[in-house]
Design a protein around this ligand. Sequence first.
Ligand code: FDA
Length: 427
Amino acid sequence: MGRAFVYLILGGGVASGYAALEFVKRGVLHGELCIISDEAVAPYERPALSKGFLLPEAPARLPSFHCCVGSNEERLDPKWYKEHGIELILGTRVKSADVKQKTLVTSAGETISYNILIVATGARALKLEDIGIRVSSAENVCYLRNLDDAEKLVTAMQMSNGGNAVVIGGGYIGMECAASLAINKLNVTMVFPGSHLMARLFTPQIASYYEEYYSSKGVKIIKGTSLTSFKFNSEGKVIAVNLRDGNTLPADMVVVGIGSRPNTSLFEGQLTLEKGGIKVNGHMQSSNISVYAVGDVAAFPVKEYGGVTRRLEHVDCARKAARHAVAAIMNPKKRSDFDYLPFFYSRVFTLSWQFYGNNEGDVVHFGDFLSSAFGAYWIHKGRLVGAFLEGGTKEENEAISKAARLKPAVEDLSELEKQGLGFALSV
Ligand code: FDA
């Protein structure tokens, strides 16, 4: 017979760390809570891996970015878990789950039982093999999802020593990695099939600002094509990337950022799934009343999108959903539905943008696209529903957040364009 806990968190990422903090704030007793994770370290702020961790000077290293420093809260290092009587089972993969028996089985063969389970298994990076491209385990082809990936990427950068880096993908991982590689003085080429960067969020006008900025930093961007295969040397290292358009790019290293997939496989056939994730209600409770799901793996009703079920792979969502689930678990009489305003941000070079709400409807751009003070609003059914801002101050970002939350009526789009950021500041 293995160990038994009142509360068990499966996964040791962002949501897990914030859930642990909330459990402690709500008075969890010593010995009641356990976190089990296949990563070897206590929960940390994952976004640091593509930002501070890759800097050439004074890079961020653990323990500096353990949860919950990303929200200016306490830093939960391994000692903190010990002091609060929380069992941290690290470097241990869970290989099966049985929600009827309320048990998990680890790769070491231990059965761990729970009263309440929080699934916080996040997502994994989509691999080239998943889209039919053979890679072998070349040491200079990198992904970026966890600490091991980040360490491999840093080693590959050092070995490439100012050579050529090819970044596959034009999403935020591709953009953040390309910027970091350029800061590390590599010759960077980005390749992606779409017509512009960050196609799921950026408008062509917003994207063209970043594309020009990247060019000014020496990053070459090749759009409308994709990787088909690699050229290897006799040691199995990639030396070039073959593209669908017939071109070949020399490569000392490759970074692949082509998307992610939620880690749901343990629960397929046991819990209701939707949008690729574990479907939960407004308390983050799944189709089994003893199982909650939070973070990248959870598909929840987003009030801001009219209650439509969505999965949001954003760090802010993971933090807040985790806290919300713990509040619902520890204080069931005072439950309320998760009322979340979608928020996503990124930082590249010296730029920094924030987005709140929903990018649906007509777009009104504002500000000066020649400088780095511009933004956009999304207007749907006569109301402002989403707002994007590059280079905003704290007050300005708070203003666009408030505007996206309050959804003020907008009658005249050209008037809104004229007022620009002033509109959000006056809401
Ligand atoms: P997370 O992935 O953090 O944790 C999942 C945990 O579960 C991991 O520890 C994993 O190993 C473990 N696990 C999974 N299966 C397991 C099993 N079977 N057994 C044991 N353990 C298991 N977002 C944003 O809004 N702005 C940003 O700038 C960034 N930047 C960014 C950079 C990089 C490099 C990445 C990879 C991601 C971001 N994100 C982001 C996204 C953000 O980090 C993400 O939304 C959160 O980490 C989600 O938190 P979770 O806890 O859900 O998953």
